[in-house]
Every structure is written in C-alpha cells, then in structure tokens.
Design a protein around this ligand. Structure first.
Ligand SMILES: C[S@@+](CC[C@H](N)C(=O)[O-])C[C@H]1O[C@@H](n2cnc3c(N)ncnc32)[C@H](O)[C@@H]1O
Length: 220
C-alpha cells in the first residue's frame, strides 16, 4: 500500500491522538514480526478513529468483515460497554490463531466472536441490527458487503469501509484491475445512494463513513 499521507504528518497525527492500548501494541508488534503482510493492520491512527466512532455512535453491537490478526477488532472492542459484542469474519486460520492468542490475554477479548468462513456466507445467516459495521476484506465483494451491511444496520448506526482510495488508484481510468473497478463502483454507488449520507475521510488509505438518512417519522 502506497503512503497517501506524508509519513511525518501521519506520525504527528498519531502522536496527537489517544495512544493504542498495551494489548493492541503487543498484537501489532507480533503481527509485524511474524506475518507476511503486516501492513494490512489498520494501525494506531485508524485504530483510534474506529474506537472513536464506536464511542460516538454509542455502539453495543459491532460487525467486522476482515479480522486478520485482530487489531481493529480489539481496538473497537475496547470502546464497547461491558455487555457489548463484536462479531468478526475471517477466512485465514493462521491469522485467526494469532488473534485468538492475543484476545485470550485481554479482558476485552471476551466481547469478540470470531466467525471463520467466507464473510458473504456468514453475513447471510446473521441477524441485525448492528450499530457499527466495519468492512475491510475481499475488495471484489465490496458492493455486495455494502448492500448486506445496509440491511443489517441499525437506523442510528454507521458503516465504515476501508481502503476506498486504494493507494490513489481510484483516480485511474480505465481501472487497472477488477478490484480497483469494484472500489470505484462502490464509491459512485454510495455517493449517489439516496438512502444514506457519506463522507470519504482521507485517513490512511481512505475510509468511507456512511450513515442512513433519518426517516420522516424520526425527524418529527
Ligand atoms: C485487510 S485485512 C483486515 C485487517 C484488520 N481489519 C486489521 O486492522 O487488523 C483483510 C482480512 O480479510 C480476510 N479475508 C479475505 N477474504 C475474506 C472473506 N471472503 N471472508 C472473510 N475474510 C476474508 C483476509 O484473510 C485478511 O485477514
């Protein structure tokens, strides 16, 4: 992944945001030491952003698509109330094993329920509502995840979708590959979807923040 934000600016932003917990730091360090693509971890700044979103929404139920070694899941779980819960989807056994090892050491880990298997299948059988849904896996299915996430979302909830700038490749026409094309399609679809309001935040590789519009009944 190419840096879209100047590294010194990123470091400044990180230094002036609430620091990651000791548990998240240990998980991130072991991921960097032992996994082949550790840069998949959202990292401390986006982790703090996710945590803040959980707090702002007052989320009790969170759904994540794409756990990897559990960094973003643990960051969000730390902001949930004691009776809050987070379901996270993953296909890779090795990533899940590292996640389980660290989640078992953290008191927040008990809030996290790992569902192994292709996320689209897992999502088909889940019942909402979820207060926050974080999509961070399998770009080819981003449009499908968005559609299903809207069905599972609470009216007061928020959907967050990661990597929507795709290292800047979203600017390329024609798109260089299928994954870029899907991300471009998703970004177009969301901004023109009359059911939602959206803001594409230029944090790290781009995070799309999506909220359902309030119904007429809710406004009155
Ligand atoms: C970008 S990483 C997630 C990073 C994680 N959110 C974090 O911050 O640490 C994407 C993960 O999605 C998983 N994945 C890929 N395809 C999937 C699918 N169809 N269903 C569920 N997980 C999938 C990959 O194995 C990978 O671990």
């Amino acid at each position: 992944m190419e840096d879209l934000i100047r590294p010194d600016i990123e470091a400044y932003a990180e230094a002036h945001s609430t620091a990651e917990s000791a548990a998240c730091l240990a998980l991130r360090e072991e991921t960097c030491r032992t996994m082949e693509i550790p840069q998949m971890v959202v990292g401390p700044l986006e982790g703090a952003f996710l945590k803040m979103m959980v707090q702002l929404v007052g989320a009790r139920r969170v759904l994540e698509i794409g756990m990897f070694t559990g960094y973003s899941a643990l960051s969000m779980a730390e902001a949930l109330p004691d009776d809050g819960s987070l379901i996270t989807c993953e296909v890779d056994d090795r990533s899940a094993a590292l996640a389980r090892k660290h989640l078992a050491k953290s008191p927040q880990g008990r809030k996290i329920d790992i569902r192994m298997g292709p996320a689209l299948e897992t999502l088909r059988d889940l019942a909402g509502p979820f207060d926050l849904i974080f999509i961070d896996a399998d770009k080819a299915n981003y449009v499908n995840y968005y559609r299903r996430a809207l069905e599972l979302l609470s009216p007061h909830g928020v959907i967050l979708i990661d990597n929507v700038l795709w290292s800047g490749d979203v600017l390329l026409q024609p798109p260089p590959d299928e994954r870029t094309a899907v991300i471009q399609e998703l970004n177009r679809l969301v901004v023109s979807d009359p059911r939602v309001t959206a803001v594409l935040v230029t944090i790290r590789d781009g995070v799309l923040v999506i909220k359902p519009k309030r119904s007429a009944a809710e406004k009155s």
